[in-house]
Design a protein around this ligand. Sequence first.
Ligand code: FAD
Length: 464
Amino acid sequence: MQASDKGFRADLAAILGPEGVRDETRMDEIDPGHHPENLAAGLLALPRTTAEVQAIVRLCARHGVSIVAHGGLTGLAGGAASAPGQFIVSLLRLDAIETVDPLEAVAIVGAGARLEKVEEAANAHGLCVGIDLAARGSATIGGMISTNAGGIEAFRNGMMRARVLGLEAVTADGTLISDLARVTKVNEGLDVKHLFIGAEGTLGIVTRAVLRLVPMPGERATALVAVNDAATAVRLFRRLRGAASDGGLLAAEIMFADYIETAARDLKLENLAGFCAAPVYVLIEMTALDADAARNALEGELAAAMKDGDGFLDALIARSEADRANFWHLREETWAVERQKPGGLWFDVSVPLQRIDDYMNGLRARLDSIDKGLGLYVMGHLGDGNLHVTVATGKPLGHLKDPVSRAVEHGLKAWGGAISAEHGIGIDKRGSLHREADPGKLALMRTIKAALDPLNLMNPGKIY
Ligand SMILES: Cc1cc2nc3c(=O)[nH]c(=O)nc-3n(C[C@H](O)[C@H](O)[C@H](O)COP(=O)(O)OP(=O)(O)OC[C@H]3O[C@@H](n4cnc5c(N)ncnc54)[C@H](O)[C@@H]3O)c2cc1C
């Protein structure tokens, strides 16, 4: 049976009422997000409670209808893409921030709560979520759990997996898995919550989560640093991380020249990017209890790094909040590249820190062997070796997806890197995963999927 069948729709309306369902008549009320196929199923449920999620999952199991879970639709791997005949379960109404406990430093939230809202609630108690990304206004905690999101602070606080103390999920037959521990130490057999983290909605629907919070940073000092190569950037990162063993290094974001120049042109911030012509730039942010201490720490470390010589060119320190916002704008407004060079191919890879220059040189050579006209625009999270790679010319490059993917992903697994760092597999990276993953690991993933979802109803066609 398909989700569009009358019997299914009637049962659905009985569970959720008319306000809980969107079909072709009201689908335009839903923001379609980043993938053109996100709303292709044409039928979407907006449950308000875990019990409603269970009821509609059981309904789908009875009718053999497959389900695609939706959060904020900011995912960049096509994990939320759907097809006619399928059924979308949006978690956006399960958005309660139930508890922020300042003594235990935990938050209990619904899966549909947006990162920014949870951050604001934690900030009111001097705490923060410990994970941050540019899509903070739209991305939901359930989506971040399901993609095991990373972002700017992962080098300090780990990816989403490290932020989740407990969770609640509904599996394909409607079973509720309630694992809402709010303590760090739980050794009670297999830690099954990890099955749902990074599973992209293929093993169940996450409905609630307990998050581990971290203290809010103090005042910030921010600089844009120009260096000769990634090796110098990595040495600077290691120095600042060592100097800041109290947690004072907040961010280290890398931008290669072609990326920053293109973003600066689009954002009309050429004066910033042009302060020093360099192959590589690093956005550094340090924190301390007061603004002077943060600034002194940053300036002192940068002066020492400059004295050490080799590869360090110059640094521009933010003198105001507006300067700081502009530095971050250059790094976070990544669509600037798409606006300047539409139709490009986007990748998200992890490279061991010592290999970044080798990787960039090798990649340039591999792209040249496909077509010397391919532009390469790269930035990312330096501390994790997480590079966001865009290959673009200004014209649609879909016909080159296979050779360019192979060029971008070449050799990463052998070096101990990853072909998907933080965005997941979805549909976009499936071919790459199947080509590059260890066969034993892939077979185990498929065994787990078949055990939890024997009818293949949870987000079929993704990952495996
Ligand atoms: C400008 C921009 C910057 C970004 N920066 C980063 C970054 O720095 N780091 C990073 O990691 N990502 C980043 N992303 C990607 C994206 O924000 C993350 O992948 C985010 O975690 C997705 O959350 P979402 O709520 O939008 O999920 P969606 O896009 O709605 O869904 C993503 C996947 O999770 C599944 N899913 C969603 N909710 C649930 C649920 N409750 N239960 C089960 N499955 C579910 C979906 O089926 C889909 O497979 C960025 C995206 C944008 C647009």
